[in-house]
Design a protein around this ligand. Structure first.
Ligand code: FAD
Length: 383
């Protein structure tokens, strides 16, 4: 692949960083404490094009490439992973799923609003009893005349209590993956209830919710793709979602590097800057190499998307590596900050709390290893 960024990509990266340094970085600690970003930020992110990065221009997006998408997600991750999640789920999971599998009518209905940030989307797959193995999900959609009637519960849904629309995965057939279908459900449909989940360790600025469906009725044209395709649709969407997580985690690692270099070159102990101590430089070197490796693995997956080649394995590797190394980088950075790293005057404790979920959602590290192990050996540990 070509590692040279184009002038447009560099310009976008600069604009994104300048915007986030002004509109997000000064406020992130406060948003974290009060468990909500300032929602007025959302239309501003829309104006800058974050929500439409890879959505084609005909649907109101920028029609950008996947490396530009990674640059945007890295800048968001560096600034505040809560904000990255809001964008990434609405555009990357909801928007891209409609783009890839929707009818022309569904695209026209939802994509312009998603791309401009005037509508927010969410992705409802996980259930209280079915997380790592969504093929067993129990939310059910039953046919009634020309409508579908959905009943069940989803948990830990990012944007859940703010979103205008949710892609809901529900069982329309028998057991297993082939019985699952996907539906585009407006969140104001009668019977659709949302309960915000408070007290998260990290990502405190974004809304995470439990969604319950009490006989939620949607018309036949709310189905996304064909009946029984829902599981496959969810899995291919998560592949692309993992590229975003990889890029966001790269941003966390890069943010840790900036913070730790800045702090340790100023902080004096034993009469000299602590950056001059070999054990501190050991930490900085680890973080620096991990930032490069995470970025390269993520860009490789993004490059495969651009080429139209299979990305599942590359996306799992990028997500696994970048998320584990983001946790490590934040932990090392906090150590290098000493006691000051433990309070929210500095960003490293927030990087650590935000990074911690990255090894859990969109497939835990264990699930990524099983996917990689299956690809390498041809033997599935899932069955
Ligand atoms: P479990 O599946 O119960 O796993 C528990 C442990 O068992 C883990 O360590 C796991 O790795 C391990 N384990 C499970 N199976 C195996 C196996 N076969 N081999 C080895 N180990 C195994 N979901 C959505 O649908 N949409 C969202 O927008 C969304 N956002 C989220 C936001 C946050 C902040 C969080 C915390 C979660 C979010 N999730 C979302 C849910 C997330 O994807 C799940 O939490 C995750 O997939 C794990 O499922 P679980 O929590 O049920 O854990």
């Amino acid at each position: 692949m070509d590692f040279q960024l184009s002038d447009e990509q560099i310009a976008f990266q600069r604009t994104a960083r300048d915007f986030l340094d002004k509109e997000v970085v000064p406020f992130r600690a406060e948003w974290d404490r009060r468990e909500s970003v300032d929602t007025e930020l959302i239309p501003k992110l829309g104006e800058l094009g974050f929500f439409g990065l890879t959505i084609p221009e005909e649907y109101g997006g920028l029609g950008g490439d996947y490396i530009t998408y990674c640059l945007g997600m890295e800048e968001l991750g560096r600034a505040d992973s809560s904000v990255r999640g809001i964008v990434s789920v609405s555009m990357g999971l909801f928007g891209k799923i409609v783009l890839s599998h929707g009818t022309e009518e569904q695209k026209q209905r939802w994509l312009p609003g998603i791309a401009s940030g005037t509508l927010l989307g969410c992705f409802g797959l996980t259930e209280p009893d079915n997380g790592s193995d969504p093929s067993r999900l129990t939310t059910r959609a039953v046919r009634d005349g020309t409508d579908w009637v959905i009943t069940g519960t989803k948990i830990f849904i990012t944007n859940g209590s703010w979103a205008d629309v949710c892609v809901v995965f529900a069982r329309t057939g028998g057991g297993g993956a082939k019985g699952v279908s996907a539906f585009l459900v407006p969140t104001d449909t009668p019977g659709f209830e949302r309960t915000e989940i408070h007290g998260k360790l990290g990502l405190r600025g974004q809304a995470t919710a439990e969604l319950s469906f009490d006989a939620v009725r949607v018309p036949a044209d709310a189905m996304l793709g064909d009946e029984g395709q829902g599981f496959a649709i969810a899995m291919t969407s998560l592949d692309k979602g993992r590229v975003s997580v990889g890029a966001g985690c790269t941003g966390i690692i890069a943010g840790c590097l900036d913070a730790v270099v800045d702090y340790t070159t100023q902080r004096q102990q034993f009469g000299k800057p602590i950056a001059s101590f070999q054990m501190i430089q050991d930490m900085i070197a680890e973080i620096s190499v991990d930032a490069d490796c995470a970025r390269l693995l993520t860009w490789r997956a993004a490059d495969l998307v651009e080429r139209g080649e299979p990305i599942a394995l590359a996306a799992s590797k990028a997500k696994l590596f970048a998320s584990e190394k983001a946790v490590k980088a934040a932990n090392l950075a906090l150590q290098a900050f000493g006691g000051y790293g433990y309070v929210d005057e500095y960003p490293v404790q927030k990087y650590m709390r935000d990074a911690r979920v990255m090894t859990l959602y969109e497939g835990t590290s264990q699930i990524q290893k099983l996917l990689i192990g299956r690809a390498e050996t041809g033997v599935s540990a899932f069955v």
